[in-house]
Design a protein around this ligand. Structure first.
Ligand code: BGP
Length: 475
C-alpha cells in the first residue's frame, strides 16, 4: 500500500505563534500574550500582567492576521492538501465567560477557512493550542476548576456552528499530555497548557492530576457535542509523544521506560477505550491524589471517543530507574541517547522513532492516525542574494517521511496525513525565539521583533512541493 491518493500533505500552525494583532478585532488577553522571549539560552519569562518595555512575541507574531492571504497562497503554491490551524479562544470569547461571542473573531476564522477552501486546502482546526483567556485563569484557576469545562464547551459550540459544513476535521486539544503529576514539569509547559506556573502551584500533584482529568473529560464532551452538531465531522485530539527507550536491558529500566510511556498514553486510552484508565486512578490513589469519577463522567467518556489520533513527533528520549518508583523524567533534555544526534536545542533526531511510535499506537488502538507535527528547529542563514540553503531541514524531513512510508507500506499503519511543523517560520512556543525556525518559508524577523516580515522561499520550498506532487515518491 502506498500513501493514499487523498493523503493529507501539509503543515500545522498555531494562532498565538503566528497571528499577532493581539489587541485587534476585540481580542481579549490570552495566556501566551503574557510570555516574553527569553534572553539567549534562558527560558521565557511569564508575567502576571503586561509590563512596560518587555518584548512579547505573540503580540505581533508573523502578522498572519493581516497576511493570511499571502501566506495561504504560498502554501497553495507548494500544493498543500491540508493546513492545521488553531482558533484563539480569546478572540472568540475575550474573557472566556461572555454570553455572546465576538463576531469579529468568528469572521476572521471564517475568512481564513474560506481562503483555504478556495485552493482546495483541507482545514484541520484545533480548538485549544495554548490560547486560554487569561481571565479564566485568574478568576477560576484554569482547568483545575470544572466550570472552565463549561466555558470551553460554549466556545466549541460557537465554532462548530460557525464553521459547520466547511471544516471536516477538528482537534479538541493540542498536547494536553504534557501536564502530568508524575513528571517534574517545567514552568513553561504547565503555563502553555493551563496558564499556571508549575513552581508556584501549592498542591502540585493533585492540581496537575485534576487538570489532566478535566481536560480529558472536556475533550470527550467536545467530541460528543461536535458530532451532534455535524455528524459528518471527524474529531480527534493531538498528543505530543516521545517514545521512551530504556537506557539498557536491565528489566527495572525497561519497566520504568514502559511506565513513562504511560504518561503520554493514559489520556489516549481514555479517549479511545471510552473509560478513564483504572491503572491511572490506582496510581493516583497510591500517592494520595484524589480523582472522583462520577457516573455522569463515565457516560461522557463512553460517548466521546475520538475518530483519529493526532501525533506530534519531534524526538525520542531515554529513561533509567533512579531508585524511586517514579524514576527519572525522560522528557526533553533528559539523558542523551548515544546512538542519536540532537538539534541545537537538544532534541534528539530519531526518524526510526516515528515508525516505532506509529506502530505502537496503531496496534494499541486501531484507529486512523495523522502526523500533526514533525520538523526541525534550526538557525537559518539568509545569504546576500536572499536565499536560504536549508539542506539540514530537508534531510531531517526526508528521513522521517521515509520511516512514515515504511510504517504505511510495510507495517500497514492507517496514517492519513503528514503535517510539518511549521510550514512558515513563526514564534517558537517554548523559547519565544524567531531564530528557532521550522518553515519552508522564511520570515524576515529577529528575536527582538525587528525585520521587514518579508516572506522568502527557502530551498526546501521546492523540495516539499515535489514531495507532494509525487505523493511522497520523490523524497
Ligand atoms: C509543539 C507545539 C507547537 C510547536 C512545537 C515546536 O509542542 O505544539 O506549538 O511550537 O512544539 O516547539 P518550539 O516552538 O518550542 O520549538
Amino acid at each position: 500500500m502506498r500513501f493514499k491518493d487523498n493523503f493529507l500533505w501539509g503543515g500545522s500552525i498555531a494562532a498565538h505563534q503566528c497571528e499577532g494583532a493581539y489587541e485587534e478585532g476585540q481580542k481579549g488577553l490570552g495566556i501566551m500574550d503574557l510570555v516574553t522571549v527569553g534572553a539567549y539560552g534562558k527560558p521565557r519569562e511569564i508575567h502576571k500582567q503586561l509590563s512596560g518595555s518587555a518584548h512579547y512575541p505573540s503580540h505581533h507574531g508573523i502578522d498572519f492576521y493581516h497576511r493570511y492571504k499571502e501566506d495561504i497562497a504560498l502554501l497553495a503554491e507548494m500544493g498543500f492538501k491540508a493546513l492545521r490551524l488553531s482558533i484563539d479562544w480569546s478572540r472568540i470569547y475575550p474573557k472566556g465567560e461572555e454570553n455572546l461571542p465576538n463576531q469579529e473573531g468568528i469572521l476572521f476564522y471564517q475568512k481564513v477557512v474560506d481562503e483555504l477552501k478556495r485552493y482546495g486546502i483541507e482545514p484541520i482546526v484545533t480548538l485549544y493550542h495554548f490560547e486560554m483567556p487569561v481571565h479564566l485563569v485568574s478568576k477560576y484557576g484554569s482547568w483545575a476548576n470544572r466550570k472552565v469545562i463549561d466555558y470551553y464547551l460554549t466556545f466549541c459550540r460557537t465554532m462548530f456552528e460557525a464553521l459547520k459544513g466547511n471544516v471536516r476535521y477538528w482537534v479538541t486539544f493540542n498536547e494536553m499530555n504534557h501536564i502530568d503529576p508524575q513528571t517534574e514539569a517545567s514552568d513553561i509547559f504547565t503555563y502553555m497548557i493551563a496558564g499556571l506556573k508549575y513552581s508556584e502551584l501549592e498542591n502540585k500533584k493533585q492540581t496537575l492530576a485534576t487538570i489532566g482529568y478535566n481536560m480529558t473529560l472536556a475533550s470527550c464532551l467536545a467530541v460528543k457535542l461536535g458530532h451532534a452538531i455535524d455528524p459528518q465531522t471527524q474529531i480527534g485530539c493531538v498528543f505530543g509523544i516521545e517514545p521512551v527507550y530504556p537506557i539498557d536491558c536491565n528489566p527495572i529500566n525497561v519497566m520504568n521506560a514502559f511506565k513513562q510511556m504511560d504518561r503520554d498514553f493514559y489520556q489516549i486510552d481514555a479517549m479511545c477505550n471510552g473509560q478513564f484508565p483504572s491503572y491511572k486512578i490506582q496510581e493516583y490513589k497510591s500517592q494520595g491524589i484524589k480523582i472522583a469519577v462520577s457516573e455522569e463522567d463515565r457516560q461522557a467518556f463512553r460517548d466521546g471517543t475520538i475518530d483519529f489520533i493526532g501525533m506530534n513527533y519531534y524526538a525520542s528520549s531515554v529513561a533509567e530507574y533512579e531508585g524511586s518508583e517514579e524514576g527519572k523524567s525522560a522528557l526533553f533534555g533528559g539523558l542523551q541517547n548515544p546512538y542519536l544526534e540532537a538539534s541545537k536545542w537538544g532534541w534528539t533526531i530519531d526518524p526510526v522513532g516515528l515508525r516505532y511510535l506509529l506502530n505502537y499506537t496503531y496496534r494499541k488502538y486501531g484507529i486512523p492516525i495523522i502526523v500533526t507535527e514533525n520538523g526541525l528547529g534550526a538557525v537559518d542563514q539568509l545569504t546576500e542574494n536572499r536565499k536560504i540553503h536549508d539542506e539540514y531541514r530537508m534531510d531531517y524531513l526526508k528521513k522521517h517521511i521515509a520511516q512514515l512510508k515504511k510504517a504505511v507500506e510495510m507495517d500497514q499503519v492507517d496514517c492519513f496525513g503528514y503535517l510539518t511543523w511549521a510550514p512558515i517560520d513563526l514564534v517558537s512556543a517554548t523559547t519565544g525565539q524567531m531564530s528557532k525556525r521550522y518553515g519552508f518559508i522564511y520570515v524576515d524577523l529577529n528575536d527582538h521583533g525587528e525585520g521587514s516580515m518579508d516572506r522568502i522561499k527557502k530551498d526546501s520550498f521546492e523540495w516539499f512541493k515535489r514531495v507532494i506532487e509525487t505523493n511522497g515518491e520523490n523524497l
